[in-house]
Design a protein around this ligand. Sequence first.
Ligand code: GUN
Ligand code: ZN
Length: 430
Amino acid sequence: MKRAYRASLLRFDDAGRPLFDEDGLLVVAPDADGRQRVLDAGSHAAVAPRHPEAAVTHWPGRILAPGFVDMHIHFPQTDIIGAPADGLLPWLENYTFPAESRFAEAAHSEAVAEVFFDELLRNGVTTSLTFATSHVASVQAFFASAQRRGLRMITGKVLQDRHSPDGVRDETAQSLADTESLIRQWHGVDRLGYAITPRFAPTSTDAQLRGAGELAAKYPDTWIHSHVAENKDEVKWARELFPHARSYLEVYNGFGLMRERAVYAHCIHFDDDDRRLMRSTKTATAVSPTSNLFLGSGFFDFEGADRIGYRYGLASDVGGGTSFSPFTTMMAAYYVGREGQTKPGISIAPSELWWRHTGGAAEALGLAGVIGNLQPGCEADFVVIDPKATPLLARKTGLAANLEELLFAMIVLGDDRLIERTVISQALPA
Ligand code: GUN
Ligand code: ZN
């Protein structure tokens, strides 16, 4: 059965440029798997006559927009948001590893997964590429909950067989066997996807990285998910551990861990050879600005990424990142873009910030045309935004003279209160 939703409508064209219908109509219909997909979208005047039989829900004064895509987040770090530390490595040792060690327990993993998905959806995030922990139980809990909720979600067991304390360190052969059996159990089931997830090169042996690369070749449509070049102490450590690699990034390439659907968080301390390697391998960056500002890691070079031309999108990186809200992340990306002391400072257009957290992020994940947009064929994961959610938002969005001003008012002033509802495509079991 066709359904239609009437409200203002934000979409993107193939080049990532925004399309906005003040009085829009979004028409959806279920596919053979029971997923609602966009059938038609555009101005009410043009679209409505094509679907006279569709039942219409009218949301006056609201904006329909694609569900947000978070390219890098750690569900087990939900409870350590805002843990202060003198940079990445002390933060990992003092807060992250102790918190993650608790995910050996299924009940704890299940409880935190529920909190995590509730929080994502309250903030309008409908897909995330997600770190679990090194424990199989954390992955089982995540996928089971995502499946019950009908979400398009990606995660994987963290691989870390050295330089990690008891409680989170895994064992090389077992970690690779567990990864393969989780791929077979979950990858491609409903809307779930598996990411082969070495934590970062310093906490994996050569044998574990080599095994991860072999699995990535054997299962080419899985994701690869890791961290690189986030913090200067981390880069120095990686260079000491892998002295023969040209750069930290090259370590991953040497083990077959750069390809389409490979995603690396941060990518701050890069040179142009690294950027060219990202481009030639079709590898993507998850830009994580609130995390980089909170941990004092540095500033992602947007101008450098665009000059060389490689894939990237936005990410919260909770719990190094400080907010689940895509509005906070987009605002922080703007601040980081403006920073002009360590790199060229640029002003990223509001519509580009928005695209980098929806359609652009989906494209960087290899999911263009599937999620992140509301063009015909896309899965109908979308948010209903109330641009008058607070007195100041009502005033400021009311004053907007054009789309860029409207989007920027929401980016600068918005948070979870803007998200009135999050609609998920997958029909839930009866
Ligand atoms: N590098 C290795 N592990 C982590 C992590 O959990 N968070 C961040 N931000 N960087 C990392
Ligand atoms: Zn991270």
